[in-house]
Design a protein around this ligand. Structure first.
Ligand SMILES: *Cc1c(COP(=O)(O)O)cnc(C)c1O
Length: 223
């Protein structure tokens, strides 16, 4: 059986130079993260605050911890001291809270806005129109301790590759419009976080430069 670090190495060999691989370690033990870390991996993602807290405490300090799931406002304070990137900002209220907690920790927290493109109703995020309006309206500009660095999305969990491609294409199109209309001067607005174990090759064709890969690296999750 291949180890996480071997699989990461294999995946990285296939990625274009500008695509970052975030290893999604949720539900997997610290020992597996340590194996990936020993192989040089530094970007890891979790989607539960408590689990992230526990892992952050025992693992090396130079890991960049990404938060990828739905984040409740009352839990932001726990991860605010160290989180590197929050992927799924889906409301202004959440961004306000991240800003407040970042301020308390005397730092700026990088965030992505979550775009809802999938057909599943349960997935969070702005629609394309909502996100464009939100960014245009500009209330977020007053939040000096958060930095909007790009977009995140999840495609539908379907076999139909043309549908997945279409959803990533929507994300890429919106990213380009926002970049051109509101962030042309901000080099930091550059992150396109889409693509997971089953669909990252498609995501890369449609502009992704940050893929979030879990089960392909660490095996199936036991919930
Ligand atoms: C779990 C998760 C992933 C990784 O999924 P895999 O299919 O295991 O690669 C990526 N993004 C988000 C938001 C997730 O919750």
């Amino acid at each position: 059986m291949k180890t996480p670090s071997q699989i990461i190495k294999e995946i990285k060999q296939t990625l274009p130079a500008d695509v970052k691989l975030v290893a999604v370690s949720k539900f997997h033990p610290v020992s597996m993260i340590e194996d990936a870390y020993a192989g040089g991996q530094r970007l890891f993602a979790e989607n539960h605050v408590q689990e992230l807290q526990q892992k952050h405490e025992v693992l090396p300090n130079d890991i960049e911890w990404h938060f990828i799931g739905h984040l409740q406002t009352n839990k932001v304070k726990y991860i605010a001291p160290y989180v590197h990137l929050i992927h799924a900002v889906d409301t202004h209220k959440l961004l306000v809270e991240i800003n407040k907690q970042a301020q308390k920790n005397n730092r700026v927290i990088d965030c992505l806005l979550e775009l809802h493109v999938a057909q599943e109703e349960t997935k969070f995020g702005f629609s394309a129109d909502e996100m464009y309006d939100y960014v245009r309206q500009g209330e977020w500009r007053q939040l000096e301790n958060v930095r909007i660095c790009g977009l995140m999305c999840m495609a539908s969990n379907v076999e139909d590759e043309s549908q997945i491609a279409n959803e990533f294409q929507q994300a890429e199109n919106l990213f380009k419009r926002l970049k051109q209309d509101f962030f042309a001067q901000e080099d930091s607005f550059s992150i396109r976080s889409w693509g997971m174990s089953d669909d990252y090759p498609i995501a890369i064709k449609y502009g992704s430069n940050m893929i979030r890969v879990g089960s392909r690296i660490f095996g199936p999750r036991v919930y």
